[in-house]
Ligand binder design. Sequence first.
Ligand code: 5RP
Length: 220
Amino acid sequence: MSAESQKQAVAEAAVAEVEADSVIGVGSGTTVNYFIDALADSGKKVEAAVAASEASAERLMTHGIEVVDANSVRELSLYVDGADEVNRHLQMIKGGGGALTREKIIAALSQRFLCIADESKRVTVLGDFPLPVEVIPMARSYVGRKLIEMGGRPDLRKDFITDNGNIILDVRHLDLSQPIARERELNGIAGVVTNGLFAVRPADELFVATDTGVQRFEAA
Ligand code: 5RP
């Protein structure tokens, strides 16, 4: 099964988890695009969605699904999103598409975070995928130096500005063996908006598509 067919399969499985007439959180990325399309095709009506990116908001609206501001909801029953890497504790690296800050806000607002992914995203240890760090532009050099002091190798994501008007540093070679401590430490650097480690608030469930069907995991 190709990665694209795997994404389609987990997206369809996730649609079955959506409660009709609920307000849901919708992430960002190619796997989520399949989810948005599958939700629309299913005919299941949600009250509205909070979207993690302008691109997802636009896709939802194109399908006639209402998009509401995160400030208008107290909590979300379900959040569906992809990941760049996910370990057995359902801690993730996210932000390959640059939507990490809004994704983290939606994750915090959600009772249930369902991660949907193709098989290639499952890892034993997080860190092969460069860790995205969203940074206020005036802090670029300062944050870059701090990341180097921590053992990382930051690269400015070229020609990219986040939906929040910030830059992304993609960081290689950081030791991510203690993801919760690392996530907090990185968020403590002045000028960092947030980083792509989702360990303090991991996913609650993971759907992974394999050649033998969609497998469901809870945190180990
Ligand atoms: C965007 C994300 C995405 O969830 C992550 O990059 C996975 O994307 P894709 O489904 O395209 O592989 O975190 O910021």
